[in-house]
Ligand binder design. Sequence first.
Ligand code: NAX
Length: 335
Amino acid sequence: SARPVTITITGAGGQIGYALLFRIASGAILGPDVPVRLNLLEIPQGLRAAEGAALELQDAAFPLLRQVEVYDDATKAFSGANLALLVGARPRTAGMERGDLLAANGGIFGPQGAAINAGAADDVRVVVVGNPANTNALIAASHAPDVPAGRFTALTRLDHNRALGQLAATLGSTVGSLRDVTIWGNHSATQFPDVSHATIDGESVPNLLSARLGGADAAREWLVDSFIPRVAKRGAEIIEVRGSSSVASAASAAIDHMRDWVQGTQHGWTSAAVVSDGSYGVPEGLVSSFPVESVEGEWRIVQGLDLSAFAEHRIAASVGELAEERDAVRELGLI
Ligand code: NAX
C-alpha cells in the first residue's frame, strides 16, 4: 500500500483549520488510497483547540489517518512535511497600519519558511492561506533558499470558485461545465476575475452573457459593475450575512488547490498565486495569481493568452499593489 504523506497545518486550532482537518483525514487531497499523517502547529493560545480537534479526529476513526501530532514549535511541525497549509496568521486589528500587519506576519512566515527549509521533505509543497497571503508566501519563500521557488504558492482558489459560482448562477449552468476562468493578481479587493477566455460546453462565456443579459454593452456593464466587485468583495459579504468570515469555503478551496497540485488539473486551467517568472509582465519573483495548469506535480502558468487593454489595466493595478507590499517588506528587512 502507498506510503503515508505528512501534512502540516498551521493555525490548526482555528476556524479554517477545524474545517480542513476532517476533510484531509477523509482523503480529500490525496485520494482514497493514500494514508496521511497530520502535524498541527499552533501558538500557545491555540494549542488546546488544536488538541481538542486531534481528539475528535481520533473519534472520527478515519481509516486513512495514521497519526496526529500537535506542536507549538515550527521546526518540529514541518519536519518531514510533504504538504504544508499555512493558515495561521496575524489578523489586522483596529488601528493597525499596513506596515504593522506586514511586520507581524513577517515574524510568523519568515521563521516558518526557515523551518520548512531546514526540515521539510524534498518534495514539500506549500500553500499560504493566512492573509496577506501572497506576500506571506513571498516572505516564507525568501527564507527557504534551498526549496525551489515553485513550491511556494498562495491561495486564490476561493476567489476562483466564487467566480464560478456567480457565473453559473447568472448563466443557469453548472459550475462543472465552466472552463478557463482566471483570477489575476493579489488575493485582495484589487484582484481581477477574468472571464474573457471562459467557456461553457465550448461556447464563449462573454457571448453567453451577451445573449442572456441583452447585448454586449449590458454584459460588459454586468462584468464591471456587478461580477468583478462581487467576487473581489465576497469575503466582506460573507462576514455581513453570516456574522463571521468564510471558513468552510476557504478550507474547501485550499483542498481543491492541493488536490489539483498533487493529482493534476484535468479540464482546462484553474487559478493559483505562484512565484512569477515574468509572464504577462508580472515582475519576476512576485507571488501573483495566474491561470495555471498542474502537470506532473508542478503548477505551469498558461502562456500566450490575449489580454484586452481593460484586462492589462486591471492586472497592472493588482500587481502594482503586490509590488508595493514587496517593497514594504523589503524595507522592513523581512525578505
Ligand atoms: P482563526 O483566527 O479562527 O484561526 C487562526 C489560527 O491561527 C488561530 O487558532 C491562531 O492561534 C493560529 N495562529 C496564529 N499565529 C500562528 C502561528 N504563528 N503559528 C501557528 N498558528 C498560528 O482564523 P481563520 O478563520 O481560520 O482564518 C485563518 C486565516 O485565513 C486568516 O489570516 C484569514 O484572513 C485567512 N483567509 C484567507 C482566505 C484566502 O482565500 N486566502 C480566505 C479565508 C480567510 O479569510
